[in-house]
Ligand binder design. Structure first.
Ligand SMILES: O=C[C@H](O)COP(=O)(O)O
Length: 254
């Protein structure tokens, strides 16, 4: 039985006070929630502060990126071992903002996936199509290609214990979420695509939806059978809104 996971991607936002205030708020709001995994991915600069603030809570630390290299002359990078050392567990890779602004390819992201698995960390593999691809009817083709980069290099078993976040790019930060039916159709396709290689792996893999998830639309998204929680951007910066999303996931999958 899959458990939902709601993860907050803080992106390039925050400062020391905000980290402290937001985590205080989350701890209060989410104190008694059960049945839904919760993670936050603050900017790398604040991971240590966040980990200390999360002590003895059920909220798990995550991170927004990782390098493919483990150590050496790679200025500005952060390794899987460093993330592990600091206490992070869920690591976002392949976010469309990195694919776009940092020109990360499917193959490069697949390498990050392998590095994280090797380190015992949990990849949160973001996939999703642009608006033009969506309008051209290429959503499934794009998602399949992005997943295949991992499937073909590492096999279906690599998705054991991993997380996929389906994030249509046209829905990110736009206030225009995919409808529950639209998202469910793509999630079902993703699960079936993996099931062609390994049905057991496909059944357990957590497939989050991301893209303008908020406290108003979360419940109807989570009511869909293949939507296992969310990767939340903007709404993860407010403790009360994020808590409503987490509680909606817990209630939908109880
Ligand atoms: O990683 C999170 C996604 O990019 C969604 O961001 P958003 O909730 O602000 O649309």
């Amino acid at each position: 039985m899959r458990h939902p996971l709601v993860m907050g991607n803080w992106k390039l936002n925050g400062n020391k006070k905000m980290v402290s205030d937001l985590i205080d708020g989350l701890r209060k709001e989410l104190n008694a929630v059960q049945g839904c995994g919760v993670a936050i991915a603050p900017p790398v600069m604040y991971l240590d502060q966040a980990q200390q603030a999360l002590a003895d809570s059920q909220i798990v630390l995550g991170a927004q990126n990782v390098d493919v290299n483990l150590s050496g002359a790679f200025t500005g990078e952060v390794s899987a071992e460093m993330l592990k050392d600091i206490g992070a567990r869920y690591i976002i890779i392949g976010h469309s903002e990195r694919r776009t602004y940092h020109k990360e390819s499917d193959e490069f992201i697949a390498k990050k996936f392998a590095v994280l698995k090797e380190a015992g960390l949990i990849p949160v593999l973001c996939i999703g199509e642009t608006e033009a691809e969506n309008e051209a009817g290429k959503t499934e083709e794009v998602c399949a290609r992005q997943i295949d980069a991992v499937l073909e290099s590492q096999g279906a078993a690599a998705f054991n214990g991993a997380v996929i976040a389906y994030e249509p790019i046209w829905a990110i930060g736009t206030g225009k979420s995919a409808t529950p039916a639209q998202a469910q159709a793509v999630h079902k396709f993703i699960r079936e695509h993996i099931a062609r290689k390994d049905a057991k792996v496909a059944e357990q893999v957590i497939i989050q939806y991301g893209g303008s998830v908020n406290d108003k639309n979360a419940a109807e998204l989570f009511a869909q059978p293949d939507i296992d929680g969310a990767l939340v951007g903007g709404a993860s910066l407010k403790a009360d809104a994020f808590a409503v999303i987490v509680k909606a996931a817990a209630a939908a999958k109880a």
